[in-house]
Design a binder for this molecule. Structure first.
Ligand code: CU
Length: 178
């Protein structure tokens, strides 16, 4: 009798387990990560319809910490001395010091130099250089042929490496499309 009861319990347990294995998977919410792999759409290739523009910039050379300011900023006398942090150097800037265009744009540059020093606007990575004389204006033009962030600098020894800026050339696919 005892065996029969035990046997009945086992049978019931077994039936319960079988029943649960049918119910539980059906009740379980499906996970997005499961199921047959869906074919993924090929990444869209950005087709640019951008028509390159001509972008004109006026860039002015600006004295920041130069010899002429010795009398204004007393510390400069020491800074420019033989053991000073700016010995043999001056700090100049380009205004503005950041230019942004799209790839393919033509950059028209007007370089204004009100100061008594000559300067250059040089982009080594694009092989571009524009010289400007003291108290003069120079104009030049180049194509922003490559995407990237390119440094431009003045190559006058006394102004290097302090006088510099950046040309940012964005992909033409990022431009507002026609
Ligand atoms: Cu310079």
């Amino acid at each position: 009798m005892k065996r029969l009861v035990l046997g009945g319990v086992f049978v019931n347990l077994a039936l319960l387990i079988i029943g649960l294995t049918w119910i539980v998977p059906a009740a379980r919410p499906a996970k997005a990560s499961e199921g047959p792999a869906r074919p993924t759409a090929p990444a869209a290739v950005a087709q640019s319809t951008y028509v390159p523009q001509v972008k004109s910039f006026i860039v002015t050379t600006v004295p920041l910490l130069v010899h002429e300011q010795d009398t204004t900023f007393g510390y400069l006398t020491k800074d420019f001395s033989k053991k000073g942090v700016l010995h043999g150097k001056e700090v100049w800037g380009f205004s503005p010091s950041s230019l942004t265009v799209y790839q393919g744009d033509t950059v028209n540059l007007t370089l204004v130099d009100p100061s008594g020093d000559p300067h250059t606007f040089t982009i080594p990575d694009l092989g571009y250089n524009l010289n400007v004389d003291a108290e003069a204006t120079a104009t030049g033009s180049f194509e922003a042929s490559k995407v990237g962030i390119f440094s431009f600098a003045c190559e006058v020894g006394e102004h290097s490496p302090y006088m510099w800026g950046q040309l940012v050339v964005l992909p033409d696919s990022d431009a507002p499309q026609a």
